[in-house]
Design a protein around this ligand. Sequence first.
Ligand SMILES: NC(=O)c1ccc[n+]([C@@H]2O[C@H](COP(=O)([O-])OP(=O)(O)OC[C@H]3O[C@@H](n4cnc5c(N)ncnc54)[C@H](OP(=O)(O)O)[C@@H]3O)[C@@H](O)[C@H]2O)c1
Length: 287
Amino acid sequence: MAKRLFITGGTGYLGGALLRIAAGRYELGASYLSHRPPTSPHIDWTPLDVRDPQAVRAALMRFRPDIVIHTAFVQYGPDLMAITAEGSGHVATATTEIHARLIHMSSDVIFAGERADPYTEDDEPDPISTYGESKAVAEHLVAAANPAAAIVRTSLIYGFDPIDRQTQFVLEIAAGDRPDRLFSDEYRCPIYVDDLATALLELGETDYTGVLHIAGAEQVSRYEMGTLLVQALGHDPAKIGAGLSANLPVRRPRNCTLDIGRARGLLHTRLRGLREVIAELSGRSIA
Ligand SMILES: NC(=O)c1ccc[n+]([C@@H]2O[C@H](COP(=O)([O-])OP(=O)(O)OC[C@H]3O[C@@H](n4cnc5c(N)ncnc54)[C@H](OP(=O)(O)O)[C@@H]3O)[C@@H](O)[C@H]2O)c1
């Protein structure tokens, strides 16, 4: 019998890819908040606000998943801590109660990004943004409520079908519709959404506990990332200007390169770098 997999934030970018890739392999349940999805014979959708611990418990008690992948979050706003941090704690508590495997999504910006070496799973979070702080608190609450959970730190997520928000933003810059510049001194390890979703499903089948870095294999600046993706999609990157994060009055995490050696040793899924993905997909129609 197929295992039961529940995705919080099934209407989100990663949530959508997880549901697409897991289709036919699991009994699927998923939650939404403001974007009510069309009824599906293959996905048991439920409205859920993770700020409400009783609602989280009731949703998971009803679906009875074997595995939960917690992607729901917000990046900004007055409810950042209540949703992104405390909401993750509520999900972790409920998974412990129903003995479900939990994969919790975290982020590379739990690090300050002020050093040259890649960050490993053993490095202590030292966030400098409110979002990074909320994700660091979430990690702490999740580990306390469900010590068997896997806590996955990832980097910028991109994809082509549909195109992710960040790439859409860069396409608008390339079209001359936005004046923004892309930082050439902010480094990340972008991951192709299909690689990330496949790796998370594989991780769900292991009993790995604790923090794991799952990101793309190549470190690139936001400027490099933007120009490479725009070119891959068949557009001219000439209008994309470069800027320096270091010149801003607010500190932003600059080098959040993640060491992915542990994930590579544990998982069969290839965690491809950006140029590798573009080269492999360029034979197909990503443009
Ligand atoms: N995207 C990236 O580049 C990136 C980078 C590093 C880490 N991550 C992590 O990866 C995860 C997924 O990111 P994403 O970009 O795929 O997310 P996303 O597209 O922004 O989707 C967020 C999801 O959370 C749901 N949601 C928001 N508030 C909620 C609440 N109060 N209760 C329940 N659900 C709520 C939304 O539901 P509705 O749409 O129905 O309202 C949506 O399904 C996040 O944990 C994020 O921190 C993402």
